[in-house]
Design a protein around this ligand. Sequence first.
Ligand code: TYD
Length: 212
Amino acid sequence: MISLISFEGGDGSGKTTQVKLLEGYLASQGKICLCTREPGGTTLGRMIRQALLEVGREEISSPTELFLYLADRAQHVQEVIRPALKSGRLVLCDRFTDSTMAYQGYGRGVDLDILRQLNQVASFGITPDLTFLLDCPVEVGLARTAQRVVEQRSDKRRQDRFEREKVEFHERVRRGFLELARAEPKRICVLDASRSTLEVHEEIKKIVVQKI
Ligand code: TYD
């Protein structure tokens, strides 16, 4: 049985849109699910998210960054995900443990075995039943995030700390995600996210319908 589906991918891979589209489709089929995200799925998490992503915080050290993501996750699992799963709801989560492996592990260089253990603690041992990895070339993702910045010119949407990282950082993150998918092909399903939103949605829909 599928109860937790996570969506992963680099910046600008279109995860958030796909979560919403899948939620809408499932609702049209009478299946109401809980949609949530990391970082920022709780009140405390939203404070952590702001601290993490705000520009001008470039001085945050790698371990500090890591522990903030883990703190966000622990609170999120305890307050939102675990109760929802317990009550039998299907949960869709925009980013989860694989993001920590890809960004803090492959991106920042934190030891992967240590990260696996810390993820276990922060997620209370909960792992997704299914993960969609939205994969696209780094330039495609970054061009999309740059476009978002232009479209929402008001100061609400400036590039965040990660979007300002060098291309090499994002390349490492992408390679990391793909390596995680190779290691767990049953759980992590890689999708070509350079296609249109609708094409990606159709593929996700097909896979979810098969598995539910
Ligand atoms: P998000 O707002 O989901 O970014 P986007 O909409 O661009 O996908 O996530 C914010 C950033 O946090 C994103 O650049 C990835 C990063 N992140 C980590 O580095 N580690 C983590 O464990 C998580 C959950 C996110």
